[in-house]
Design a protein around this ligand. Sequence first.
Ligand SMILES: [Zn+2]
Length: 141
Amino acid sequence: MKLKLAPGLAIEKSAIEGKGCFAIAAFKHRRKIAEYTGERITNAEANRRASRRKLRICAINDRWSLDGSRGGNGTHYINHSCEPNAFMQILYGHILFIALRDIRPGEEITIDYESTLHSNKKRCVCGAPSCRGTINRLRSV
Ligand SMILES: [Zn+2]
């Protein structure tokens, strides 16, 4: 199935992991890069899918998630980095990616996933100098 990509974005091979989402246009600091799109599913369904395949799921709230592997616009390829250039903001049920700084064409868009359906043991391979070593930000209990 051919992806309908959000404007200004392209999917390329990533130095971090697999494929990544790259800027082909400039994005200004604090401006919206794109909205996360996908199939709207319950969190129970999200947990069920997470146990079976590669995660392309993003939670909107404590009840609903979006699965970008169905109906996604390329933003579901955004990789994790411990030194990201973007962040995710949830606004009125919409998931938006916002630039943390000016982003130049050719840069890979990254966010800090912080907490995911991945196991806490999943290693981070982002390569950033300040890499914390795991995808999830672990909180001491
Ligand atoms: Zn890292």
